[in-house]
Write a protein that binds this ligand. Sequence first.
Ligand code: BES
Ligand code: ZN
Length: 612
Amino acid sequence: MAALSPEDPCSYSRPDECKVNSLDLNLEVDFDSKKLCGYVDLTVERMKDGVQNLILDTRDIDIQKITDADNCQELKFSLGEKNTNFGSKLEVQLPLSSTKSKVRVHYETSPQSTALQWLRPEQTAGKRHPYLFSQCQAIHARSMVPCQDTPGIKVPYTAKVTAPRDITVLMSAVRSEPEAHPTDSSKLVHQFNQKVPIPTYLIAIVGGDIESRKIGPRSNVWTEKEMVEAAAFEFSETEKMLQTAEALMGPYIWGQYDLLVLPPSFPYGGMENPCLTFVTPTLLAGDKSLADVVAHEISHSWTGNLVTNRNWEHFWLNEGHTVFVERKITGRLHKSQALLEFMAAGRAKELKETIEVVLKNGPYTRLIPDLKGVDPDDAFSIVPYEKGFSLLFYLETLLGGPEVFEKFLRAYIEKFKQQSIDSDQWKDFLYSYFPDKKDVLDTVEWDKWFFAQGMPPIIPKYDDSLAVPCKQLCQRWSSAGDNELGQFDPNDLTSLTSVQVVEFLALLLEEPKLPVTKVQKMNELYKLNAVKNSEVRLRWLRLCIKAQWKDAIPHVLDFVNEQGRMKFVRPLYRDLYGWEEARPTAIQNFQTHRGEMHNTTATMVAKDLKLT
Ligand code: BES
Ligand code: ZN
């Protein structure tokens, strides 16, 4: 296999030799052939004497020709063999002249591009127009644009995107009014500018029949017409969250903060594309109870998008800090430290399940995993989020509490903004910020925190006052005999918030399997099969599968078929797989729906079902 970068085990590029400084896209969206076609101009700079080639990452990209954009002269190039995890290395012979040049790559994406999902009109809410969206994190940008696809490099970008008139195109950038197409009146040219240098995984595009509603002074929510109202209601606290984040971390520098609610197959809860966060429609609970995902994506505007992990081994710097800030925002908005700690405690239990049961204390349970030869999608889990959060929460207490630590956080962002860093740089800065606390910091078992497999050395003690009623109800259900079910009442859940219901169900999931009679009774009383809240639904359906209640199988299939968020789809498929009687149904359902699924979700579920 072609050599990978010494700086980033998941990229072929060599920015230490020749570095891309900016990127200008000129593309047309072709829904018929499911391709983006056009060219990209890469402004490049030789970093060392004698360097002859520019090395780029690509995956499934059809390169037509490469020229020196200044004089149109063709440049020689060679495309390496395709590696399943990392795609193909593209080597371009640089023009001889100066240290700086502009390389123009004429190319087409493939309908199989792992970054792009192309939806037929029937797969949208409106059913009338096709739809396109991208998801580039972690290493899919290379299947949309030939680029140095490493988060260690940041570039500003511009784009001109041609699309049919009735399609609105948005990108992770500031947009200006679309222009008329010079020759074809059925098309428009959409224009974008991202002046802040960003890593390639933050390049994003969407095209569809979407509309917007203003939800704040710098925010619109975009989605298909059918959902605009619901989305505007659900995310009405966006501006408050932005202001809280600014109070914690300094000014929001990206100008616009818009939200895009995607079609149901979007594989993540949210994606922090600059200027335009992407979110799953499964957040539309109707009561704003799942909007903490927005607080999370907002936080990435600082931790992740301003201060970025240098490569995917240091992903916890992005996600751990972001969860940490997200919870501070949630705590402040609800004026409740107890809520913050309740959320943390709930997720710490999920962390334990993932580390011990799913990942079996294996190599991906390290805070800083070794990703040589590894596709980051395979290593992705809750670990960097919650092990990272645990470390930061523990440090906060150790170093004197929120007042002290929040100042550090702000200084950290100021110090490293617009840079890409690794865990050692973070740690060195921590030591330099607290010169008087070296002794305390030396008591931290850094080696274990960073590199040991399994649970973190310390799980902080969290305030569990909000968990008390959840624990009580869970205890009552798990200890009740079959003839004692009369004690339960449809109103048992009415005094609980939806996060508490999630916690109640999560606690029951940790108990030994319930008899079918109990889950049936629970459904009868609490009408759980009819609950729309996606987080509640996930735990409820997992509980039914654990109880081996056959009647629940169709509900599970409905849920995994009607949305594609991996956080929901993967555990449910894994659970069905583990239940021998349900396994063939699960496999058959997957095979039937695979063609409609997002590429990444389908790839991961196929692995979960041991089909690859
Ligand atoms: N950046 C992530 C999503 C992501 C990570 C996509 C890695 C691809 C590769 C996003 O910010 C995220 O963490 N989303 C979470 C939200 C949650 C932790 C509040 C999700 O999707 O569930
Ligand atoms: Zn995140």
